[in-house]
Design a protein around this ligand. Structure first.
Ligand code: ADP
Ligand code: MG
Length: 265
């Protein structure tokens, strides 16, 4: 049976799309057949993060309108053939698609893909309802900020009301030094408020911005960055493996050797 997971948050800009792109690519790399769906109609950007923007011909809307077949709209990743993107239309509003239509699209995808990740838009309106309609699991993404955590809490309630029971948490953009200085909520603080199982913690890492701009998920890096390792761990936990949380305050492996090379070539 396919796993259908919505990536959601309530608040915008906390890293839903970043997490979808990285988990999608990492799952595909580990041998799973993965479809990622951009459910952010109107403000799509999952295609950019995956570097697939130039290869979009059709979108989910064209499939629903009967203007193309589903497999024609799917953009297959050349680097990782196990990964496919179902793009959203850029020029349509969130009202142009209905929850039942999303369910139909996802049902068709389950025939081929065993992981389906749905990148939800911000908010709790129509776009959010479309994104959660087909999902059986949810990953809540939040940053350790009170406004993001409060929105996440609200969304968790809505997911429960919609019968999505497997809800897990990613805390994104953690800055250990700020937590230590008492200037940022800790993992424990956030977990204490939301009380759902923790899937992982992603550090605030400038490599995320580099990877976004390149259209290359972190997992494709030759030498994994700290955030890249954190995403790799989340991917393992999602597949049922027990991986301890990383100590984010420690420099990434290889950091000292790189430093040494710089100063002592
Ligand atoms: P959302 O989909 O929730 O709106 P995005 O994934 O688009 O959020 O991320 C918003 C911005 O935050 C992007 O510019 C992204 O590069 C940046 N970002 C996300 N996660 C991290 C991180 N762990 N470290 C640094 N920057 C990040
Ligand atoms: Mg987004």
């Amino acid at each position: 049976m396919s796993r259908i997971i919505v990536m959601t948050s309530g608040k915008g800009g906390v890293g839903k799309t970043t997490c979808t792109a990285n988990l999608g690519m990492a799952l595909a790399k580990s041998g799973q057949r993965v479809a990622v769906i951009d459910a952010d109609f109107g403000l799509r950007n999952l295609d950019l993060l995956l570097g697939l923007e130039n290869r979009i011909v059709y979108t989910a809307i064209d499939v629903l309108a009967g203007e193309c077949r589903l497999d024609q709209a799917l953009v297959k990743d050349k680097r990782q053939p196990n990964l496919a993107l179902l793009p959203a239309a850029q020029n349509r509003s969130k009202e142009s698609i209905k929850p039942e239509q999303m369910q139909r699209l996802v049902k068709a995808l389950t025939k081929v893909y065993n992981f389906i990740l749905i990148d939800s838009p911000a908010g709790i309106e129509m776009g959010f309802r479309n994104a959660i309609a087909p999902a059986r699991e949810a990953i809540i993404v939040t940053t350790p900020e009170i406004s993001a955590v409060r929105d996440a809490d609200r969304v968790i309630g809505l997911l429960e009301a919609n019968d999505i029971k497997a809800v897990r948490l990613i805390i994104n953009r953690l800055r250990p030094a700020m937590v230590e200085a008492g200037q940022m909520m800790s993992v424990k603080d956030v977990q204490g408020i939301l009380s759902i199982p923790l899937l992982g913690v992603i550090p605030d890492d400038e490599q995320v911005i580099v990877s976004t701009n390149k259209g290359e998920p972190l997992i494709l890096e030759e030498k994994l960055s700290l955030a890249g390792m954190a995403f790799a761990n989340v991917t393992l936990r999602l597949q049922g493996e027990k991986v301890p949380l990383m100590d984010l305050s420690a420099p990434p492996e290889g950091f000292l050797t790189r430093l040494k090379r710089l100063f002592d070539p």
